[in-house]
Design a protein around this ligand. Structure first.
Ligand code: 5GP
Ligand code: ZN
Length: 111
């Protein structure tokens, strides 16, 4: 499948991976909108949140975001978790992912 996040999750395309489990990777966003801008990407392809009915995986995505926020040092200061869905939700990559944003007051596209 010609999906950039499938390729990143399978390491066919390089990225900066900060955390990995059997089911997902957490990478640095290539175009950060905050000092800490990570993406939690499941290894299995779901085009959007709507298509994923795997509650265990959805829970794992939140758990990974918590762990990555702690590792990045923004857990106490604060962070946001965002899942954009479909066009008017601002989704540009059609592979389910969660943004983790932290490090300062956020402005711009994700603000
Ligand atoms: P969306 O707009 O779909 O919610 O978020 C997609 C995010 O993926 C954007 O923040 C964009 O910067 C990021 N992104 C797109 N392509 C790549 C890539 O090849 N590598 C990385 N690390 N991030 C990407
Ligand atoms: Zn994919």
């Amino acid at each position: 499948m010609d999906c950039i996040f499938c390729k990143i999750a399978s390491k066919k395309v390089p990225s900066t991976i900060v955390l990995e489990t059997d089911d997902l990777v957490v990478i640095k966003d290539i175009s950060p909108q905050a000092p800490v801008h990570l993406l939690v990407i499941p290894k299995r392809h779901y085009a959007t949140l709507l298509e994923c009915e795997d509650k265990t995986l959805l829970g794992s995505i939140f758990e990974a975001a918590k762990d990555a926020a702690k590792d990045a040092g923004v857990a106490e200061s604060g962070f946001r978790t965002v899942v954009n869905t479909n066009e008017e939700g601002g989704q540009t990559v059609a592979h389910l992912h969660m943004h983790l944003l932290g490090g300062r007051q956020l402005t711009g596209r994700m603000g």
